[in-house]
Design a protein around this ligand. Structure first.
Ligand SMILES: *[C@@H]1O[C@H](CO)[C@@H](O)[C@H](O)[C@H]1NC(C)=O
Ligand SMILES: *[C@@H]1O[C@H](CO)[C@@H](O)[C@H](O)[C@H]1NC(C)=O
Length: 238
């Protein structure tokens, strides 16, 4: 049996018998008996005190644990994104944006308990810029370019602008229905200075392949085309 239970039982028995007797009655006993009863009472009180101290300590520990839990709750943050998963190499183009995607996850945890998991997807042909290594809120993200054509257009527009200054390559829907680059740049409070069509690669070249063209661009030297047509507008002054 647990010593605490034994102690409590002993204490209850003692309280029922000796403990309830008024001091006057104890005094009427012989000196020897009196000393013995007082000693016994002191020892029982000591046991009771030890039990109470232990209870207080246990309660303190529980209060500390709960306070820690509250502090943890207040510090709930998203963990880092995990590594991107493998691209699925079956030709399954039914996923978002009609392209193959890869997926990554991150957890919101308190202690080691996962409260929430978030999923992020990107096309397998996305280009990842240097982004933040660690996430700091639910909304942040790696800077991801969803099409390599953005980088080609940005570099080309920058290179062909005669003057210094800001340059932005802005995607244009390649269609008769879309406004010209002139108007598209204007709608962004900028000025168009050229237009491009950056093609998807006609040939995907092998690692060491030479002597064959892969990429292709068309340069319009005009901002007026409202057909398909330009798929990037070179805007300056944004
Ligand atoms: C998220 O939590 C699950 C379950 O605990 C774990 O298997 C997974 O590795 C965690 N992912 C990240 C990115 O921390
Ligand atoms: C293609 O992907 C979708 C969405 O992930 C999935 O539901 C479907 O089963 C996949 N089809 C094939 C043939 O893998």
């Amino acid at each position: 049996m647990n010593w605490k239970i034994v102690a409590v039982l002993l204490f209850l028995v003692w309280e029922d018998t000796v403990g309830q007797k008024p001091l006057a009655e104890i005094r009427s006993w012989t000196c020897y008996e009196n000393d013995y009863q007082v000693l016994q009472r002191v020892s029982m009180l000591e046991v009771r005190q030890a039990l109470l101290e232990e209870t207080v300590a246990e309660q303190k520990a529980e209060i500390n644990a709960l306070s820690q839990q509250i502090a943890d709750m207040q510090q709930m943050t998203w963990g880092s994104w995990g590594e991107w998963g493998q691209c699925d190499f079956s030709c399954n183009r039914s996923v978002t944006e009609g392209v193959r995607v890869q997926t990554r996850f991150r957890n919101m945890t308190v202690g080691s308990v996962v409260l929430q998991t978030e999923t992020d997807q990107r096309p397998c042909n996305a280009v990842q810029f240097a982004g933040c290594d660690r996430s700091s809120s639910a909304d942040d993200n790696y800077a991801t370019a969803f099409s390599f054509t953005d980088e080609i257009a940005q570099a080309t527009c920058t290179a062909i602008r005669p003057e210094g200054g800001y340059v932005r390559a802005v995607r244009r829907t390649c269609s008769k229905q879309a406004v010209s680059c002139e108007d598209l740049c204007k709608s962004l409070s900028a000025t168009c200075f050229n237009a491009l069509h950056v093609y998807q690669p006609e040939n995907v070249l092998g690692h060491a392949e030479t002597g064959r063209a892969g990429l292709k661009t068309y340069r319009y030297n005009s901002c007026l085309g409202s057909f398909c047509g330009p798929n990037f507008c070179c805007c300056d002054g944004i």
